[in-house]
Write a protein that binds this ligand. Structure first.
Ligand code: IPM
Ligand code: MN
Length: 347
């Protein structure tokens, strides 16, 4: 059986890293039929929007999207992102963003004296509401009394589903769930989140649940990352924490993510966390590891666990033995890393 997968390579280094992920998936021989989507910032300049109005129809029949990156200095970020990835996450109700944060052997860590045994965290990010609800407005533009209002929205239903998923993940891993909020200062949404988490904790007696303030958690990720197993947090908090997470797993180039709606047949979107990196775009030096790892998550979503495991092993082999790109201590090009992954798959 073959899987239809859309490729939204997008902007900046997106096309460079996605090409390697795609080649690796082809080398696995799982039968993927790729559908190229030309959307992104260049498309915006031609059409006045980031994606066609009928994007949902165009995605029909695809089980997944492999996404490179969206964002270019020529389009304001809030325009390009609300016209693409944020729209996709919300409209497809891809409410869970899974971000594995593991330091792979061979990848240097910026944390002194820490190694792969110390950094293995799964972030479960709420992906449709919270601080990213998109609710708010501007008034009195240009006047001294100008205002900008951005409202966070937390619903019991959305808190419940993402927190329950995080407990389920923790039960399958080392049995520790850390929930991060800021309910000492913000009295409404985060307090609701905490209450829901405490309720669900009662259903998972074998998982050790802890509630941590997000500022303290940031410090703890640096000081004792080994104490963390699964972390669940709101859209913005997990966005910030996963950049810190990417740093401690060797850098932005290493981090992968899955935007999914577990328990449904909805399409999943798989993207490296690094973004379009316009400063190094077109040079062939971007680290494809985050895109390759995202392809691993995609294969799991496509119910191809063996292929997913093989690709992850190949990525681990190449991280350990090289070649590596310069952001992780090597000198290799994007392509050379991709070649090495394909070679490892064939070995
Ligand atoms: C991410 C990115 C996005 C986010 C941006 C590009 C809107 O930073 O996927 O982490 O904040 O979700
Ligand atoms: Mn981010």
């Amino acid at each position: 059986m073959s899987h239809r997968v859309a490729v939204l390579a997008g902007d900046g280094v997106g096309p460079e890293v996605v090409a390697e992920a795609r080649r690796a998936v082809d080398a696995l021989g799982v039968g993927v039929e790729w559908v190229d989507l030309p959307w992104g910032s260049a498309w915006y300049h031609e059409h006045g929007r980031m994606m066609p109005a009928d994007w949902e129809q165009q995605l029909r029949g695809c089980r997944a999207v492999l996404l490179g990156a969206i964002g270019d200095p020529s389009v304001p970020d809030h325009v390009s992102l609300w016209g693409s990835i944020l729209e996709l996450r919300q409209r497809l109700d891809l409410w869970a963003n899974l971000r594995p944060c593991r330091l792979l052997p061979g990848i240097p860590s910026p944390l002194a004296g820490r190694g792969p045994d110390d950094v293995d965290i799964l972030f479960v990010r709420e992906n449709t509401e919270g601080e990213y609800a998109g609710v708010g407005g501007r008034a009195h533009r240009g006047l001294p009394g100008e205002v900008g209002v951005e409202v966070s929205v937390f619903t019991r239903a959305a808190c419940e589903r993402v927190i329950r998923l995080a407990f389920e993940c923790a039960a399958q891993r080392r049995g520790i769930l850390t929930s991060a909020t800021k309910s000492n200062a913000s009295r409404f949404g985060y307090v609701l989140w905490d209450e829901v988490a405490a309720e669900i904790a009662a259903e998972f007696r074998l998982v050790r649940y802890e509630r941590v303030l997000v500022d303290a958690l940031a410090a703890r990720m640096v000081r004792s990352p080994e104490s963390l197993d699964v972390v669940v947090a709101s859209n913005l908090f997990a966005d910030i924490l996963t950049d810190l997470g990417a740093a401690i797993q060797g850098g932005m180039g290493m981090a992968a993510s899955a935007n999914i709606a577990p328990g449904t047949s909805e399409i999943g979107i798989f993207e490296p966390v690094h973004g379009s990196a316009p400063d190094i775009a077109g040079q062939g030096i971007a680290n494809p590891a985050g895109a390759l790892w995202s392809a691993v998550l995609m294969l799991e979503h496509l119910a191809e666990p063996d292929a997913a495991a093989r690709l992850l092993h190949a990525l681990e082999d190449v991280c350990r033995d090289g070649p590596r790109t310069r952001d992780v201590g090597g000198t290799a090009t994007t392509r050379e890393v991709g070649d090495a992954v394909v070679a490892s798959l064939a070995a």
